[in-house]
Design a protein around this ligand. Structure first.
Ligand code: ADP
Ligand code: MG
Length: 247
């Protein structure tokens, strides 16, 4: 199996001296092509920080991250940015849509950043919107959408440039139960297409149940075990595991 992202003994410290905080402490794991991996941990356990390291948005204090076989630490800032744009789509808890752009313009933004002409990309954007039930919403603005529609817009945006890795940071944290389930079903559906992989970080046991593999992050340390294998992991199993880990 090909590892598309590898973390090797990743540490992250914030602050200095007496204020130093060790947020990630020796995190090692891989995500393989086509795989849906979930990292579960309570609030403050270092999940978002870990995604920042994996996407090269921030650098580890020690250790190594490889994205598609390239050591991020060995690249220039510009090379890292290009690699991130080409390979990663990011989905956030609060959607991060641009309020003054329409749904269609939001989804087309990564393509515009890649230097593609909006007119030429329109059919592809339309197709993505159709696919996520937003076919009649292309001209709407984010504030006119439901939470579920906003998150589907942001998933469409994350996929628009054909990136093979989706990083999802608490993607249902701001949604109703129903919309949250729909978003998770969408993520499950797009994982594996063209070898695409999904890495989800969450504290939501229901969401973790959709993954092929669930790992647990406690106080910045990724637990060697248990590792739960899915998909369709019963939510009770996840609750029991969290209780056993005292989280
Ligand atoms: N830029 C930063 N500067 C200082 N502390 C930070 C910074 N980013 C995160 N932290 C701290 O790191 C810890 C982990 O944060 P985070 O990765 O956001 O956790 P999670 O996403 O699991 O809730 C928290 O204690 C947070 O306050
Ligand atoms: Mg977070």
């Amino acid at each position: 199996m090909t590892a598309i992202v590898s973390a090797r003994d990743v540490y992250k410290f914030f602050g200095k001296g007496a204020n130093e905080l060790a947020v990630l402490r020796g995190v090692t794991f891989d995500v393989h092509e086509g795989e849906f991996v979930c990292i579960m941990g309570p609030s403050g356990s270092g999940k978002s920080t870990l995604l920042h390291m994996l996407s090269g948005l921030d650098a580890p204090s020690a250790g190594q991250v490889e994205l598609f076989g390239q050591d991020l630490g060995a690249l220039s800032h510009h090379e890292r940015t290009l690699l991130r744009r080409k390979s990663i789509g990011y989905v956030f808890q609060f959607f991060n849509l641009l309020p003054n752009l329409s749904v269609e313009e939001n989804v087309g933004l990564p393509l515009a950043i890649q230097g593609k002409r909006p007119a030429a990309e329109r059919p592809r954007i339309r197709e993505l919107l159709e696919r996520f039930g937003l076919g009649d919403r292309g001209g709407s603005f984010p504030h006119q959408l439901s939470g579920g529609q906003m998150q589907h817009t942001s998933i469409a945006r994350a996929l628009a440039g054909g990136q093979p890795l989706l990083l999802c940071d608490e993607p249902t944290g701001n949604l109703s139960q129903k919309a949250g389930r729909e978003v998770m079903e969408t993520l499950r559906r797009v994982c594996g297409e063209d070898g695409r992989s999904v890495l989800l970080v969450t504290h939501n046991p229901r969401d973790a149940g959709y993954a092929d593999r669930v790992l647990f992050l406690v106080d910045g340390e990724l637990q060697p075990e248990p590792v739960l294998n899915g998909p369709d992991i019963p939510v009770e199993t996840i609750h029991e595991t969290l209780a056993a880990l005292h989280i």
